[in-house]
Design a protein around this ligand. Sequence first.
Ligand code: ADP
Length: 566
Amino acid sequence: MAHLVCGDPTIADQAVSIVVRADVSILLLVLLSLLLVAAVLTMLFQRRRQRGLYEAERQLREKLAEDARRVRFLLDEAMDGIVLTDDGGAVVEANRSYARMLGYDLDVVRHLHIWDWDVRLDTREKYLAAYPRVLREPGQFEACFRRADGSLLDVEVAHSPVLWDGRWCSFSVCRDVTERKRAEAALRQSEHQFRLFTEIVPLHTWMTTPDGQAYYFNQYWYAYTGLTPEQSLGRGWIDALHPDDLRETATRWQAAVQAGEPFMVETRIRRHDGTYRWFLARALPARDPDGSIVRWLGTSSDVDDIKTEQSRLEASLASRTRDLVAARDQAETASRVKDIFLATMSHELRTPLNSIIGFSELMLAGIAGDLNEEQQRQLEIVRRSGHQLLGLISEVLDISKIETGQLVLEPEPLALAPILEEQRQAFEIQAADCGLALEVRLPDPGLVVLGDPKRVRQVLGNLLSNAIKYTDTGGVRLWTAREDGYVRVTVEDTGIGVAPEDLPHLFKPFYRAASGRTRQRDGTGLGLAVSRRLVLAMGGSIDAASEPGRGSRFTFTLPLAGAATD
Ligand code: ADP
């Protein structure tokens, strides 16, 4: 502008003024533009800032929500019930466990008051009276809650006062202890019953610590000993023992306690009047599941009467045993004397008896002159009786010899056929006189047994004479059979038979069947007893079988000669 040259100053001024005005306008325009740009920039900047703030706020809110969710989760998953109540007793918040504990939905719980479930504080007034105490300081108590269904729940409550929204509230954690309480009650009950039981049994019952210090005696102990608990407990009870038993009892007790093994001892315990009675003391260790001894349980039962009775019985048994031994010795002596007597007497009797028989037979034969009929009849009786007596004496002598082991047998190889034929001839007439048939089946002449000929004849004679004696009609059969190194000889009859109850006893000395039909016939009951002993002594056996009214079968065996080498 400074270069503008104009000859007219007014024009120049005007021009200058126009130029100046034009410059201001431009300046203003520029300024306005700048302001506009600044305003736009500011606006943009503010918008951006606001957007940043919004984002930060959103993130913060999300984080808070997440934290709240986590806290809620922890609260709900907690096993214990958790509740926040205000100073008016209303529930501010609770977790699911608490709602479950009470049996309500959580939404319902949020509208309840403490007196709706707390049995002790079941009215608003009671609650409000107790509440300030609860608010003041943290604490713990046991309570009973009534559930939605009316059932009761034992709970343990730990509470502490907290400031919430500017009000003092109570934050409580509640644990259901119903089961524990029930178990404790059951334990108490069982303990009570156990104590009751130990009191009523007529025994001393006692308990000790694992190391053997007594801490309990039942009343029966105190009543018996007259001691006080102070005198009895610990190791005081030892003073009640008899001085002679004290040492052993204490030692055994100590050993049982140390080994953890059952204890048992018989010991005398002093009664309140100073007398001592015998007791059987026993104890067992009670162990916990790990096997450690928790206590010893013991009893002592009064066995004094039993012991006295036992001693009396032992004394009487000893004296009885002495008597029995003396009686046995006496009996043995008597038996020996009897055997000697019998042997001697039999011998002494047989000599005159043989004279009687011999002379009566001579007289019957008419050697001493003729006899009339009556004399003959009477002499025949004398002869027969003499024979019977001789038979009896021989059998008694045999038995006594066998019993005393004095019988001497002379076994030899013996052909049976001739002996059986001999017996047939001997009994033929007797059988015929009785109207009986006697059938003897003779064995092969080569059948040879080992036996004493005299004794084999004696056994055969006994069986045949019995068969004829005890048979009224029919007959008697005799036969033999070989059998595993033995010969079995059988005598069978069709006689009166033997009752089953008599059969097992037939071979006992002097045994005769009880039936009248047997008793009608003469006999001593010795024949079979002697026969059995003889057969056994010759290495055989003898047996009887019978059917009453149909007949009997007696069999005996003898070893075949040379059987051992067969
Ligand atoms: P007893 O001298 O009495 O005949 P035994 O010892 O020979 O004595 O017989 C014992 C008992 O056995 C007899 O009393 C009789 O009861 C019974 N007895 C023996 N043999 C026979 C038999 N063959 N039939 C029936 N009973 C018999």
